[in-house]
Design a protein around this ligand. Structure first.
Ligand code: AMP
Ligand code: ZN
Length: 114
């Protein structure tokens, strides 16, 4: 989508600090990190939220989860542990309407979230 900030990152119109990229997905550092390690993992295809995921998109989401072991090892957070979270819709606190998974690590994280 032309006015989507994450689509603009995918297209290189907005710069990002990339940590992983392949033909289907992209991972880059969050602009406002909430932990020593905070990256986002997104499908290159514009999907508004997890609520919109269809059969075809489900393969891309699965691909993200298959790639997480590689990313966490590269970031050095595989041993200590980490959290993957996707905020959906208004009550979920989603501010960018393009599916993304936050990958947080580098410190002990609190639970439950606020
Ligand atoms: P959410 O609030 O769950 O939708 O997460 C959106 C995240 O995107 C926030 O953590 C923002 O800090 C992050 N963000 C927004 N714009 C950018 C950008 N241009 N580059 C990197 N991260 C961004
Ligand atoms: Zn988008």
């Amino acid at each position: 989508m032309s006015d989507c900030v994450f689509c603009k990152i995918v297209q290189g119109e907005i710069p990002s600090n990339k940590v992983y990229e392949d033909d289907k997905i992209l991972s880059f550092k969050d602009l406002n990190p909430e932990a020593p390690v905070h990256v986002l993992i997104i499908p290159k295809k514009h999907i508004a939220s997890l609520t919109e995921v269809n059969e075809e998109d489900a393969e891309i989401i699965a691909h993200i989860f298959k790639t997480i072991p590689k990313i966490v090892k590269e970031l050095g957070i595989d041993k200590d542990g980490y959290r993957v979270v996707s905020n959906c819709g208004e009550f979920g606190g989603q501010s960018v309407p393009h599916v993304h998974f936050h990958l947080l690590g580098g410190r002990s994280l609190n639970w439950p979230p606020g």
